[in-house]
Design a protein around this ligand. Structure first.
Ligand code: DP6
Length: 349
């Protein structure tokens, strides 16, 4: 027999960024962060996990290609889930698995991203959230979402926020064992559904410095990062929570933009400096700033993760369609900008 579970998980985009760990193994951050989870139709991972007595070892395929499960991050997630597995019984199929059997049974895992992994768009967030959720269902784990988010966190920090839809806060926590470093939902996906997210793929090249090594270098060398995590982010988190609660777009946009810019300033303050954005990213920022100033009140927020691609959040559908027209007019796919496509995420959040 083979028992299977399939799950789907969307990626999330941080509007107050996570950058820097206080514990690299448990993946514990140095500040709280806030994100929006995309609608599952766009940028999502689909993962099928299967168990059978005929499987002789744990194996995983990512986009059809077998990958190694020996890395610490995968092992930590598998161990945490196996340790919480419960017995299951399916009389119809004649399947009976006792709690202790899970330690001996092996898994086959197949995971697909519906977006190009090479585009440098957060794939680990959706990937680990989906893996942990699917495994927990398969193994009848009776933990709440918060606990599952803390397990997904050990795969990739930002993954803990993809266990919830809508607006999500990853609370950094204080415990050395990480038990209180989990995600909580601030508002559901229906709370602010005017917002539309457009992702402008500025470059589909793989980023040179991974988030993991980039943030390690920033923690070691950037004085600005320590100022940011202690003095700036705690206040910003409160202001962002309030902006989300009251659907105050001007405050939301201002906070998201300054936080993205400070994160990239931290990257420049790192030694040697890390450059995630390129000239096209800078031109997009310039354009959005001018547009917002011209209108007198912000219409669009921008945020950039560890790469040059722009995540643009329009205040409503009308602004989003105008934004798309303007992007295509001012930033046509030119050979020197290597902007090759736009991914439109309507029906977002
Ligand atoms: C810039 O979650 O990919 O996107 O925990 O090392 O796997 P690891 O890093 P990751 O870092 C994400 C960084 C970011 C900001 C954010 O998503 O908050």
């Amino acid at each position: 027999w083979v028992l299977m579970v399939t799950a789907q998980s969307p990626t999330n985009i941080a509007v107050i960024k996570y950058w820097g760990k206080r514990d690299e193994t448990l993946i514990l951050p140095i500040n709280d962060s806030i994100s929006v989870t995309l609608d599952p139709e766009h940028l999502c991972t689909t993962t099928t996990v299967a168990v059978s007595p005929s499987f002789d070892k744990d194996r995983m395929w990512l986009n059809g290609k077998e990958i190694s499960l020996s890395g610490g991050r995968y092992q930590n997630c598998l161990r945490e889930i196996r340790g919480r597995a419960s017995s299951i019984e399916d009389e119809e199929k004649g399947i009976r698995i006792q709690k202790q059997d899970w330690e001996k049974l092996h898994l086959h895992i197949a995971s697909y991203n519906n977006f190009p992994t090479a585009a440098g768009l957060a794939s680990s967030a959706a990937g680990f959230a989906c893996l942990v959720f699917a495994l927990a269902k398969l193994m009848n784990v009776k933990e709440d979402q918060g606990k599952l988010s803390a397990i997904a966190r050990q795969g990739s920090g930002s993954a803990c926020r993809s266990l919830y839809g809508g607006f999500v806060k990853w609370v950094m926590g204080n415990d050395v064992n990480g038990s209180d470093s989990t995600a909580i939902q601030l508002a559901s996906e229906t709370h602010w559904d005017d917002l539309v997210i457009i992702i402008a793929v500025v470059s589909s090249r793989q980023k040179e410095t991974s988030s993991t090594s980039g943030m390690r270098e920033s923690v070691e060398t950037s004085a600005l990062l320590h100022h940011r995590s202690k003095e700036v982010v705690p206040k910003r988190i409160l202001q962002m929570e309030e902006a989300i609660r009251t659907r105050d777009f001007p405050s939301f946009a201002r906070l998201a933009c300054v936080d993205s810019n400070q994160f990239h300033a931290v990257c420049l303050d790192t030694s040697p400096p890390i450059f995630y954005m390129n000239d096209t990213s800078h031109r997009i920022i310039n354009y959005m700033e001018k547009w917002n100033r011209f209108e007198g009140t912000p219409q669009v927020a921008y945020t950039f993760d560890a790469g040059p691609n722009a995540v643009l959040i329009a205040r409503n559908r009308e602004v989003a369609s105008l934004l798309l027209q303007r992007l295509l007019f001012f930033f046509p796919p030119l050979p020197d900008t290597d902007m090759d496509s736009y991914v439109l995420g309507d029906k977002t959040i």
